[in-house]
Ligand binder design. Sequence first.
Ligand code: 6PG
Length: 481
Amino acid sequence: MKNNIAMIGLAVMGENLAMNIESKGFSVSVYDIDSNRVTDFISTRGKNKNILATYSLEELVKSLEKPRKIMMMIRAGDPIDQVIKNLLPYLDENDIIIDGGNSNYLDTIRRSKMLMEKNIQFVGAGVSGGEEGALNGPSIMPGGPASAINHILPIFKAISADVNGDKCSEWMSTDGSGHFIKMVHNGIEYGDMQLITETYNIMKDILKIDFDEMSEIFNSWNNGKLNSYLVEITSNILKFKDQDNLPLVTKILDKAGQKGTGKWTAISSLEENVPLTLITEAVYARIISSKKEERVRANEFYGNLEIKSSVNKDEFIKHLENALYVAKIISYAQGFDLIKEASKTHNWDFNYSNIAKIWRGGCIIRSGFLNNIMDAYNNNPSLENLLMDAYFVNEIKERINSFRIVLSEAILNGIPTPTLSSALSYFDSYTKSLLPTGLIQAQRDYFGAHTYERLDKKDGEFFHTNWTGRGGTTKSTTYNK
Ligand code: 6PG
């Protein structure tokens, strides 16, 4: 009897996914470059299960039914190329390799092309949910050739999280699409985390609320519009005490780490011409945080503002909840905008409602409000921007004033609000039918004869003015827009 699927890489994610897959009735062959890991696994958690330990890639491949399905849960980057190269001599046409790590989608596009030429099917699958999700039900975002769907999706659906009977795995589109969607998921995760952190900072420094009460406030928000995994864990973190009974969070060094997916999201937004301001600010916020020693030196020059605030606490907490919610809507609108633009560049055919659907469970950004995003795209699959969906228009209109009140108070008191501020600035730009940008065009024309269009003439007609009386009258031919 041949096995259904293979797992390469028995670090915690690979092990837990293998256990999850086996528990859903599939037989699994496992392999790790470190043979001790294989032996440890098969003699402990993997014992008496439908799991076969193998000690070479050849043995692994031979143990599988065709077309072979081989999933890698290993470190992104070179190791992926290495394992693919080492697997190839043993594979047959139509076999399927799945990369379940946090690979860069551009690498996945490259690998898909290379493997397609060899008639090997390559699936880039984003997997979210950490160790616990891998074992009990992650959100899985696979992308690759349509011919692989029927072989892979039933397994991913079987092992993924369940939200009211909907499984948290759907086929995204071709080549790097699954890893792209996972990357945007991570970018949104960065944004959500930074937004929550700014809100906590405002609560702590302006309202001077103690940690147990802040925990309660986040807990109550988790029962409302802000219901989400990240708000829930924030509430748990804030009430968690160190051995001396002080909140542990106050002892944790204020330098954020990052592995790169947030940065990739920001980079791709520049390439796609999408103003992904909130997520990008969240990446910069982590970078600024990491420069602790420099910040300490800069603080010696400027010190801290004395907090002078006389806001009504209960009212302000309500404003804060509204501000966080509106900023979150704006962040997801930007994220989906990036997905839409990238889909044009890479010829990916996305079902936006499905993306929101599979993010509702299993993954780090899971939240109640993804139901509303799912509805928005169900109502209008070609929605231009979430900010133009009727439901979200109302939600924002009811709360935007709270957002302005919160930001004014934070700015007056010197509380950093990179993501909250960028969200409101984006909103105020995006919803203006007339921006002051005519001045930029005038400046470009003034110093470089770059020409401009006029509001009172038709689009595409370009004008140049001799602003100083000294310049020539010829238009720039190199720059037209
Ligand atoms: C997930 C997470 C995960 C990511 C971590 C760490 O969806 O399960 O996004 O894939 O690796 O959250 O990311 P940073 O170290 O960059 O914060």
